[in-house]
Design a protein around this ligand. Structure first.
Ligand code: UGA
Length: 442
């Protein structure tokens, strides 16, 4: 099938490449010529394992092209809208890019085409856009995307579910989308057809649930700290209950990134507009618990260094919002690093992928290429993104380089006993700390 994808950011670039991999003829459209240049050369403009290979295969076979000119999408039967919906100052989603992309699509769409929204939007958006699409003789469907950064290729090619929202009386769009995803459906991905509003809600509800799960365990971490309990063991124990499940129960410095924080705030704002604000009041607490984790790690570092950070040298390992990503949007790690610097610490930071994305956002940090350069002579070492290479660090070797053997495990990803055995003072949110020891007299 001939397919266009409007918006070649994270979502759109991966989706375009995945559609080409499924055997379609795909054109990706974006207003940013730098992004299009890079994608057209097969280079992913962001770090995503496996994406460069997918792009290269699509481009080499001729199935995948990119353009800044919407005219290049003329003739495609299915037009995906995959632009960003950033957060406005009041928390609500900014739909400017969705409207601009839709205008561009409608300028070239032919009667009978299907316009498919993939962007995360406030519930009710599709309903509001529908008449403009139908006036052009086309149909509107909503097909939310659930891919995770770092696993985007796998999530696109082996999705755990495919959801299409279609308008009342539209019996065609689902059949068209079944052809788009035929290979995935044959491979067994579950598919659901819903109305437009349900499809929009599925996306934000899923992200709100994931955020709630993370904040739940981080709230337990707050309790664990004062009673001397271990939140990781707690998560392991409750996670054995299949109704709860162990995934997304990792406590630490909380969630960040371009989706979860923005989506819960947008959802709260939308519920208020709809007159059902109280239904989502709990998401404000989810947000607050999450942000408190960052305060906690800064406080823990200050306490460990004797009450002030001024003039202390602190190594920060990890800047991305999660491992296997170079994304620092709303990154808890970068936020903590900046706060330490704002309190007068000299923050020497590194990350396997995110140094160059962090640098323009936080120019005050002292960036280094690797762990050894970052930790040398540091008074404390903070692990803030759980990259596999940080989990595997050798505490004995590092002990010889640092100025002070204090390690703060912001992601609860290190083997505490191993670090303690190598002479380190090991501290982390949600595990027994000196403070809880003192409180308990143990
Ligand atoms: C999230 C959702 O997981 C995807 O399903 C969704 O499609 C995507 O948003 C989106 O809306 O586009 P992503 O932002 O890539 O995906 O990242 P996650 O893997 O969900 O992680 C989000 C944050 O939560 C990270 O900062 C991560 O470190 C943190 N996290 C995750 C925890 O603190 N604890 C956990 O147990 C899991």
């Amino acid at each position: 099938m001939r397919i266009s994808v409007f918006g070649c950011g994270y979502l759109g670039a991966v989706h375009a490449a995945a559609m080409a991999e499924l055997g379609h003829q795909v054109v990706g459209i974006d207003v940013d010529p730098l992004k299009i240049d890079s994608l057209a050369k097969g280079q992913a403009p962001f770090f995503e394992p496996g994406l460069a290979e997918l792009l290269e295969r699509g481009i080499r076979s001729g199935a995948l092209t990119f353009s800044t000119d919407p005219e290049a999408a003329r003739g495609a039967a299915v037009h995906f809208i995959a632009v960003g919906t950033p957060q406005q100052a009041d928390g609500a989603a900014d739909l400017r890019f969705v409207h601009a992309a839709l205008d561009a699509v409608l300028a070239i769409a032919q009667p009978g085409d299907v316009v498919v929204g993939k962007s995360t939007v406030p519930v009710g958006t599709a309903h509001a856009l529908r008449s403009a699409v139908e006036q052009a003789g086309a149909r509107l469907a909503w097909n939310p995307e659930f891919l995770r950064e770092g696993f985007a290729v796998r999530d696109s090619l082996e999705p755990d579910r495919i959801v299409y929202g279609v308008a009342e009386g539209d019996t065609t769009s689902a059949a068209v989308l079944d052809r788009v995803y035929a290979e995935l459906l044959i491979a067994g991905s579950p598919r659901m057809v819903t109305d437009l509003a349900t499809a929009e809600l599925v996306k934000v509800a899923a992200n709100a649930f994931l955020a709630t799960k993370i904040s739940f365990i981080n709230a337990m971490a707050e309790i664990a700290e004062v009673v001397g309990a271990d939140v990781t063991q707690l998560a392991d124990a409750i996670g054995h209950d299949a109704r709860i499940g162990r995934r997304f129960l990792n406590a630490g410095i909380g969630f960040g990134g371009g989706c979860l924080p923005k989506d819960i705030r947008g959802f709260v704002a939308r519920a208020e507009e709809l007159g059902v604000g109280p239904a989502l009041d709990f998401l404000r607490d989810v947000d607050a618990v999450n942000l408190r984790r960052r305060d906690r790690v800064v406080a823990l570092t200050r306490e460990a260094l004797g009450g002030t950070l001024r003039g202390r040298r602190i190594a920060v390992l990890g800047l991305a919002f999660k491992p296997d990503s170079d994304d620092v949007r709303d990154s808890p790690a970068l936020d903590v690093a900046r706060r330490l610097a704002a309190e007068g610490a000299r923050v020497v930071a590194t990350d396997p992928a995110a140094v160059e994305t962090a640098r323009p956002v936080a120019p005050a940090l002292d960036y280094r290429a690797g762990v050894i350069e970052a930790v040398t002579a540091a008074d404390a070492v903070l692990v803030l993104t759980e990259w596999q290479q940080y989990r595997e660090l050798d505490p004995v070797a590092l002990a010889a380089l640092v100025g002070g053997r204090i390690v703060i495990d912001g992601r609860l990803c290190l083997d505490a006993q191993r670090w303690q055995a190598a002479g380190w003072q090991y501290l982390s949110p949600g595990r027994i700390t000196d403070r809880s020891r003192a409180l308990l007299g143990v």
